[in-house]
Design a protein around this ligand. Structure first.
Ligand SMILES: Nc1ncnc2c1ncn2[C@@H]1O[C@H](COP(=O)(O)OP(=O)(O)OP(=O)(O)O)[C@@H](O)[C@H]1O
Ligand SMILES: [Mg+2]
Length: 451
């Protein structure tokens, strides 16, 4: 019987593309904790493996690929993917272990060009709750997130091609959001930037790398929003911090920080997530798993962008690159929906969710107002609606009218909200648009970087 079982097991393993390995002993505990939360503490992406897998890749000359690398790309991340073969730089084109389709297109394409179609191994990886992989390089201990095409992933949308077109947009908005927010003194928002993208233009296929922020340093934890709202894990972390009321605990430590973070993000950059659900947010915890008050936002490719803000900054070109449906000209679309796309834990009722939406908008409007100068009383006039589509826990929506004088003034001085002291046309920024400028930077560096 045992013999039959083990034969079946060997057969199953050899039938899949997935090679289960021994856990790398050097992988950072906080990175592994993220993997465990992503795969095991989620009411939506159920049954994901948290085992380490060997990642396969093609080796493609870098000169053959489209590429966009940020100037501050971490050398350990770069060296994990770009290496020299006989003196020529090559890129490791990582294949999703779940994919049965897109890597074949790449292989056929390489064959048609007479190039090497061998699949090599170098990196280890883990699944997440989405198509992103958490990649680990045992040789230099780099850990990062990587998005590559797959026709077979968790959740509601299983076939997800990562296009080169989208990869380019992601690179631009990542540079914009990072460049603008790091020059401002903000208390809540942390971003996971996406500093590297490569692509094969004729296949319209790309690979995007996302930084894991401070996670690899093992000082902080990042718990995905969906794990904070997970029936057991959410209650356990609340209890660990002395609370037997998880709904109240996450109201303080998720809903309010989220509102502050999105207030900061949208006021400074003119962007708002199109899918502000709990897969795109993470809550920062200290080494004892106590919330620090900071909130991490990821996946900026899925954003609405405000034409009037961007037109007054040096990122105006983003508007031309963006999908038309996601560029807003008049009303600012915003949403609250931490349980959108997932199941509510027993400790969040519809009434609590409604209360959370009210708290979210109170805090959001206050923070947005502090930075933009638009009075709270004006913002609060906007009506909130529930986008149900048959779901109990969906998005609450507010679409702010942007025609008033205070909005016009805010648009006029948009360039002052990313650390600059002058508008694009050279006008001095008024004091109230400079009050959040980071004190850590010198005025000279601001002028140099943004003009
Ligand atoms: N609790 C959750 N709520 C909403 N979406 C979830 C949740 N858990 C997993 N998901 C999955 O997350 C994905 C969300 O879509 P999105 O396009 O933002 O992700 P992605 O682009 O695949 O990856 P990433 O966010 O890592 O860049 C979907 O595949 C969805 O099923
Ligand atoms: Mg996402």
């Amino acid at each position: 019987m045992n013999y039959v079982l083990s034969l079946t097991f060997i057969f199953l393993i050899s039938c899949t593309n997935i090679n289960i390995l021994r856990e790398p002993s050097s992988v950072q505990t906080h990175v592994k904790q993220l993997v465990d939360w992503e795969t095991k503490a989620n009411a939506t992406a159920i049954g994901r493996s948290n085992d380490v897998v060997e990642l396969k890749h093609f080796e493609i000359p870098l000169s053959f690929l489209e590429k966009d690398f940020a100037s501050d790309l971490d050398p350990k991340v770069k060296d994990s993917l770009v290496f020299n073969k006989n003196g020529t730089p090559f890129f490791r084109w990582v294949i999703s272990p779940e994919d049965t389709k897109y890597h074949k297109e790449v292989s056929e394409f390489l064959a048609s060009k007479g190039m090497d179609t061998t699949t090599y191994s170098y990196l280890k990886g883990y699944y997440s709750a989405s198509r992103s992989l958490i990649v680990y390089n045992e040789n230099n201990r780099a850990a990062f997130s990587l998005k590559t095409s797959t026709d077979n992933t968790a959740g509601n949308w299983t076939d997800k091609k990562q296009t080169w077109d989208d990869s380019q947009q992601i690179r631009q908005i990542s540079d914009w959001v990072k460049g603008a927010t790091e020059k401002m003194d903000i208390k809540t928002l942390v971003i996971q930037d996406e500093p590297m993208a490569v692509g094969i233009k004729s296949l319209d296929m790309g690979i995007v790398i996302r930084s894991l922020g401070e996670l690899p340093q093992d000082h902080k934890y990042y718990i995905p929003g969906f794990s904070a709202l997970h029936e057991h894990v959410g209650a356990e972390i609340a209890a660990l911090n002395g609370s037997n009321d998880p709904a109240k605990f996450w109201e303080e430590n998720y809903v309010k920080p989220l509102a502050n973070a999105l207030g900061e993000l949208s006021a400074i950059t003119g962007s708002f997530h199109t899918s502000p659900h709990s897969q795109n947010f993470l809550i920062e915890l200290d080494a004892n798993k106590k919330p620090t008050g900071k909130l991490v936002v990821r996946d900026f490719g899925d954003s609405y962008i405000n034409k009037k803000i961007l037109a007054n900054t040096k990122y105006a070109h983003l508007v031309d690159m963006w999908e038309e449906n996601y560029v807003f000209h008049s009303k600012l679309p915003t949403r609250f929906g931490v349980l959108h796309g997932t199941k509510n834990p027993s400790w969040v009722s519809e009434q609590i969710y409604l209360k959370w939406s009210e708290i979210f908008y109170d805090v959001f409007e206050k923070r947005f107002s502090e930075i933009s100068g638009i009075p709270v009383s004006e913002l609060a006039q906007t009506e909130k609606t529930l986008n149900r589509k048959g779901r109990k826990f969906s998005y609450y929506i507010k679409r702010y009218e942007t025609k008033s004088e205070s909005w016009k003034n805010y648009f006029r001085y948009a360039n002052c909200l990313n650390g600059n002291t002058k508008t694009l046309s050279g006008k001095n920024c008024p004091e109230n648009f400079k009050k959040f400028h980071s004190t850590a930077q010198s005025c000279n560096s601001v002028v140099r970087d943004f003009q």
